[in-house]
Design a binder for this molecule. Sequence first.
Ligand code: 5GP
Length: 183
Amino acid sequence: MPDSLQATRRLGADEVEVLLPADRLRARVGEIGREITRDYAGKPVVLVGVLKGALVFLADLMRSIDLPVSLDFVGLSSYVGTQTSGSIELTADLTRPIEGKHVILVEDIVDTGLTMQWLLGRLAERRPASLAVCALLVKPSRARVQVPVRYQGFEIADEFVVGYGLDHEGRLRNLPFVGVVRG
Ligand code: 5GP
């Protein structure tokens, strides 16, 4: 059955409804890669992935960017259960300085925007030549702060999504599509 017609998939105990099938993800990620290639023509870029959710998106995205690319990661403590970004902390920091570099922060999803706002502030202090945000998914109805997302894959409704790197209690990151747990 073609990927785009598959409505639900069972993985262990989880029944997941397909929201964004793998072929749509592939097409959109390719478009974003070409856009980045045009925008940064001739300039080397540093892609900074936010662990762990951005891993799959980043792996596909970097292969559709036709520029000299280097790669780094940050890890963040979660602020789940609190209402502010006050408790966010870096659990893994960049391995190299970004001063003077063109940096693209690659994130799985911008929900309230608090994480990205916090991270942008921290990385801006390190004086990159430029700093842009690339997010696969954005939930506009949940925004509490406005984050300048320069490259965006899809806008989605206020539903908790999994797959293509996004997890549900540590599971389901390996689904090749983005979906919603239904049972
Ligand atoms: P924000 O700070 O924008 O509210 O949240 C950002 C982080 O919350 C994301 O990087 C992600 O880890 C998590 N998150 C927000 N919405 C979802 C969702 O629908 N599914 C999953 N798996 N994680 C989410």
